[in-house]
Design a protein around this ligand. Structure first.
Ligand SMILES: C=CC1=C(C)c2cc3[nH]c(cc4nc(cc5[nH]c(cc1n2)c(C)c5CCC(=O)O)C(CCC(=O)O)=C4C)c(C)c3C=C
Ligand SMILES: [Fe+2]
Ligand SMILES: [Fe+2]
Length: 346
């Protein structure tokens, strides 16, 4: 009698996102921001100078202000970033299963919960031997992508029996990611009755100095924007690429999002479509900063219609893209059940 038991699942995808506070409260924000802003990948200031500023100033004032912002976008299920990321992991597992790849999928957060270490421990307990780390950042940056790798390596340093590891560094120009973005804009245009005067693509900023030191992030954001503009058939004067979420006093990547939208309104642009292609899930930075604060600034400056395009979230085209990207990197690892004369015999 041939055996029909499928082989055990031995490979996994670990989807990694930034992380988010556990609650929209000042104490939860203080814990989250303390971990996030102590990461030397994120703040490249020598710790002897930075620690007194972080603990003496920022963690005394910012948590309450940020908590109020989080409260304005919190859902009954929790922080949007956490909800979308968990859902993407479930859907990706289903996608890989349907593609015949017997692969576990878990998600982890670089800051907060579930931590990268706890999810790697859980995968080891499940008997996983090979892990593909897939950060949910399409554009590579040392501040985000490399920081995920740091967390994996920190776990590895204190772990006796390691899995085989692979990392996805980015996919800013992957055709399936660009197609998912283009489809989200076309669906938005269908809902809205056509394109606005200008499409603004707002990416999270990073310090200019980080780019000068060799970070490819800005170049990759601009490449994503160019490919998306082409996919949508938009002339260059109908698109603006901007950078948001400046933190601190240093110069960050320009042009900044809010002043650009104010200038557009003042210059007579009445209707804008605004999207955030570098964010794969809606989160504080998209739902509050863009869709509440920047919207208000545009309308105050005389703009008539501010039309926000939701992030990729759980859209089928995005899950297809994640599946295609994972599949390409899983090559040879997936333990797909191979039909053999033994297990296909009647
Ligand atoms: C999409 C890529 C991101 C890059 C690059 C990035 C760099 C970066 N961020 C900060 C500071 C903050 N970012 C904050 C929130 C936040 N950042 C990203 C993504 C990137 N950050 C996301 C998805 C979010 C939202 C998280 C959520 O819970 O919804 C915050 C916290 C919020 C606040 O208090 O305002 C800070 C602070 C720096 C300094 C940086 C690069 C140097
Ligand atoms: Fe950020
Ligand atoms: Fe922000």
């Amino acid at each position: 009698m041939p055996s029909t038991t499928p082989p055990a699942i031995r490979a996994a995808v670990l989807l990694c996102n930034l992380g988010t506070p556990d609650a929209p409260t000042a104490p939860a924000l203080r814990r989250y921001l303390a971990q996030f802003l102590s990461d030397p990948r994120v703040v490249e200031i020598p710790p002897v100078l930075w620690r007194p500023i972080l603990h003496g100033v920022i963690l005394r004032t910012r948590p309450a202000k940020s908590a109020a912002k989080y409260a304005s976008i919190w859902t009954p299920e929790g922080s949007p970033l956490a909800v979308w990321t968990a859902r993407q992991a479930v859907l990706l597992r289903g996608w890989l299963g349907e593609a015949g790849l017997r692969t576990q999928v878990r998600h982890a957060m670089r800051y907060g919960q579930p931590s990268v270490a706890s999810q790697l421990d859980a995968l080891m307990a499940e008997g996983i031997e090979r892990v593909l780390v897939l950060p949910l950042y399409p554009q590579y940056s040392g501040t985000t992508t490399a920081s995920v790798a740091d967390a994996v390596y920190a776990w590895a340093r204190r772990t006796r029996r390691l899995p085989e590891l692979r990392f996805v560094n980015g996919y800013h120009d992957h055709p399936s990611y660009i197609a998912a973005l283009a489809q989200s804009v076309r669906q938005h245009w269908l809902r809205e009755g056509g394109p606005a005067d200008v499409l603004v693509m707002s990416f999270h900023g990073i310090p200019e100095r980080t780019v000068r030191l060799g970070d490819p992030y800005q170049r990759e954001c601009l490449a994503t924007a160019a490919l998306l503009g082409q996919a949508l058939g938009l002339a260059a004067d109908r698109v603006r690429v901007t950078f948001q979420s400046r933190f601190g006093k240093a110069r960050w990547l320009e042009p900044y999002t809010e002043p650009t939208l104010v200038a557009l309104a003042q210059g007579g642009t009445r209707r804008v479509d605004v999207m955030c292609p570098g964010f794969t899930s809606d989160c504080l930075e998209t739902l509050e900063e863009i869709n509440i604060e920047v919207r208000a600034a545009f309308l105050r400056a005389g703009g008539q219609e501010f039309r926000y395009v939701p992030c990729l979230n759980d859209s089928p085209a995005w899950i297809d893209a994640l599946g295609a990207i994972a599949q390409e990197h899983l090559g040879g690892w997936e333990y797909a059940p191979q039909p053999t004369t033994e297990n296909t015999a009647p």
